[in-house]
Design a protein around this ligand. Structure first.
Ligand code: HEC
Length: 136
């Protein structure tokens, strides 16, 4: 029940911020954000390139619509509505990840693009697949 209330509160907060801040400017430092993405172990679940347990590359996540929404998402899980430690996403409180650092991480995440090459552009893989098709 608490989780349902938490989710409803989070969605409400995010909806308001979505409307209020969609036109906001990003201010983070992508190089520092990249370092922080590794320091805070975001990569361990979201992958080196934003493709992992939950994809956040290609601006796929609505949470990434603005840095305010992103920071609200982090804080809603921690400062405003602390959760028990979970096996999903950790709680990133302001005391462990400052707003400035969160802005830098946000700027870095927004640069992540998942753009894998076509099979035709990888000769070795193409050969393996062709051999598999012909049974060699
Ligand atoms: C232990 C694994 C884990 C770590 C570490 C982790 N996340 Fe997540 N993250 C998740 C999971 C699972 C979800 C989706 C479910 C949830 O919200 O709990 C998620 C959701 C998200 C979302 C929203 C994605 C969506 O579905 O719209 C963003 C953005 C995000 N994480 C960013 C980060 C950042 C930035 C860090 C590091 C500061 C981080 N995560 C660390 C597991 C993780």
């Amino acid at each position: 029940m608490k989780n349902i209330r938490s989710s409803v509160a989070l969605v409400s907060v995010c909806s308001v911020l979505l409307v209020a801040t969609a036109a906001g400017q990003d201010s983070g430092d992508t190089d520092n954000g990249k370092q922080l993405y590794f320091d805070h172990a975001c990569y361990s679940c979201h992958g080196y390139g934003g493709i992992g347990r939950r994809n956040i590359a290609n601006n796929a996540s609505g949470i990434l619509v603005s840095e305010e929404v992103f920071i609200t998402y982090l804080r809603a899980r921690a400062d405003q509505n602390p959760q028990f430690p979970t096996q999903t996403m950790p709680n990133y409180a302001a005391s462990s990840l400052s707003d400035d650092d969160a802005r830098d991480i946000y700027a870095f995440i927004r640069t992540l693009k998942d753009d894998p090459p076509e099979v035709d552009d990888i000769p070795a893989l193409k050969g393996i697949l062709e051999d598999a098709e012909t049974g060699l």
